[in-house]
Design a protein around this ligand. Structure first.
Ligand SMILES: [Zn+2]
Length: 116
């Protein structure tokens, strides 16, 4: 009688709360294809998850193009996006039209918009 047991590892991934829909730049391939995903590796036995290898999991920037993964802790720019992109958590939000300010100046030449 011969039994074959297969042990392995399976990683469950899900979006991190507060980072849903945020797309950031991948530092490996340069594309804006990085998503913040939480990885929870599990030890599997006969393809059945048995034991979690990490209690809290890992939060990574995962690129959907090149599959490059980078720890979220190394991307303060992405963490800042979670706070609304202004880097000032705790500042009360204005009305929802605030994002449009300065967009309708009209008549002025579009100077000063060069990117270095
Ligand atoms: Zn990439």
């Amino acid at each position: 009688m011969c039994l074959i047991f297969t042990c392995g590892e399976h990683t469950f991934r899900k979006e991190v709360e507060g980072f849903e829909g945020i797309v950031c730049r991948c530092y490996n391939c340069g594309n804006y294809a990085g998503s913040v995903l939480k990885s929870n590796p599990w030890f599997t036995f006969c393809f059945i998850p048995i034991v979690p290898l990490s209690i809290h999991g890992y939060e990574d920037i995962t690129c959907r193009i090149c599959n490059f993964q980078q720890p979220l802790a190394h991307r303060p720019d992405v963490i800042a996006l979670k706070h609304g992109g202004n880097g000032q958590p705790g500042v009360p939000l204005q009305d929802h039209g605030g994002a449009h300010q300065g967009a309708a100046t009209g008549g002025k030449p579009n100077q000063g918009m060069t990117y270095g």
